[in-house]
Design a protein around this ligand. Structure first.
Ligand code: SAM
Length: 278
C-alpha cells in the first residue's frame, strides 16, 4: 500500500507497524497468473521487487537472506550434491547454492515463471548463475513436485517461499514435510524461511512440531536480521533426517560471502530465551 507516491509503504497487518522506502520511480507493474509483480527504483535500497504489495527483494539487503537460506544447510550436510530450491523465483538462493563446487544439480521449482523473467531483467546479478550447466529452472508447484519426487533424490531441500498463505500455505504443512523426508537421501537436510521470531512465533512453533511429526530427527531455527521484512528480524528453520545440526563443515568455505561465515552460522543457531520457551 502506498500512502504517498514518493514512498513505498508496506503495512504489517495486525502489528501496528510498517516499513517505508523512498522511491524514485516505479519501473514495472504486471499481474501474472498468480500475483501482482511490481519493481521500484528506490533512493537508498536500489531496486525493489514486491509481490502482491509485499517486499520480496531489495538490492541492498537481499544478500543476508539468500546466504542464510543456503549456506547453513549446505555446510551442515556432509557432502551436498543434489539441491532442490522451492519458490525462490528471484534466483538469489540458487545463485548462492551454485557457489558450492560440490553441487552437481541445483533444481529450482518456482510456481510463477514471470517472477523469474522479471528478476532476470531487473536483478541480473541474482540471476548470474541461471545458465550454469548445473542449474535447472522448472516452473511448477513445489508441493506437487516434492510429492512426485523419487525417494532419496535430493541432499538438501530449500523452501524459499512467500508467506504461508495462498499457494505457499501447503509448503508449511506436515504432509509436505513427510514428502520432503521421503525425497531426501540419507543425511538430508531441509530448510524453509520461517518468518519473524518477534511477529510470528506461532508459525515457528508449528513448523517445529510439523517437522518432528513428519519424522525429522533434529530441528533448529536460524536467526538473522532482514531490515525490509516485517519487524526487521527474520528466520529460517532447518531440519535433518539424521545429521547433527550443531555440526557444520567450518573450514570448507572457499568462496566469498558478505554475511555468512562460521561465527555467524554458530551465532544464528543460538536461541533467545523466549524462543527456548516456544
Ligand atoms: N525472499 C522472499 C520472502 O521471504 O519474502 C521470498 C522470495 S521468492 C520470490 C518466493 C516465491 O515463492 C514467489 O516467487 C512465489 O511465486 C513462490 N511460490 C509460492 N508458492 C509456491 C509453490 N507452492 N510452489 C513453488 N513456488 C511457490
Amino acid at each position: 500500500m502506498t500512502l504517498d507516491k514518493s514512498w513505498y509503504t508496506e503495512e504489517w497487518a495486525g502489528q501496528g507497524s510498517a516499513i517505508s522506502l523512498k522511491i524514485k520511480n516505479k519501473v514495472h507493474d504486471e499481474r501474472s497468473a498468480y500475483q501482482r509483480i511490481e519493481i521500484y527504483e528506490t533512493e537508498t535500497f536500489g531496486t525493489l521487487m514486491t509481490l502482491d504489495g509485499l517486499v520480496m527483494v531489495t538490492d541492498r539487503d537481499n544478500f543476508i537472506y539468500h546466504e542464510m537460506m543456503s549456506h547453513p544447510a549446505l555446510f551442515t550436510h556432509p557432502d551436498p550434491k543434489r539441491v532442490l530450491v522451492i519458490g525462490g523465483g528471484d534466483c538469489g538462493t540458487l545463485n548462492e547454492v551454485l557457489k558450492h563446487p560440490g553441487v552437481e544439480l541445483a533444481e529450482q521449482v518456482e510456481l510463477d515463471e514471470r517472477v523469474t523473467r522479471v528478476a532476470e531483467q531487473f536483478f541480473p546479478e541474482l540471476c548470474a548463475s541461471n545458465n550454469d550447466p548445473r542449474a535447472r529452472l522448472r516452473f511448477a508447484d513445489g508441493i506437487q513436485w516434492v510429492a512426485d519426487a523419487k525417494p532419496g533424490s535430493y541432499d538438501v531441500i530449500i523452501v524459499d517461499s512467500t508467506d504461508p498463505v495462498g499457494p505457499a500455505a501447503g509448503l508449511f504443512s506436515e504432509t509436505f514435510y513427510q514428502n520432503c523426508l521421503r525425497a531426501l537421501a540419507p543425511r538430508g537436510v531441509v530448510v524453509g524461511q520461517s518468518e519473524s521470531p518477534l511477529f510470528h512465533p506461532d508459525l515457528i512453533r508449528s513448523m517445529h512440531r510439523a517437522l518432528r511429526a513428519a519424522g525429522f530427527r533434529e530441528v533448529a531455527t536460524l536467526n538473522f536480521p532482514q531490515c525490509t521484512y516485517p519487524s526487521g528480524w527474520w528466520s529460517a528453520t532447518m531440519a535433518a533426517r539424521d545429521t547433527a545440526l550443531s555440526k557444520f563443515r567450518q573450514a570448507d568455505k572457499r568462496f566469498p560471502t558478505r554475511y555468512y561465515n562460521q561465527e555467524i552460522h554458530a551465532a544464528a543457531l543460538a536461541r533467545p530465551e523466549f524462543m527456548r520457551q516456544l
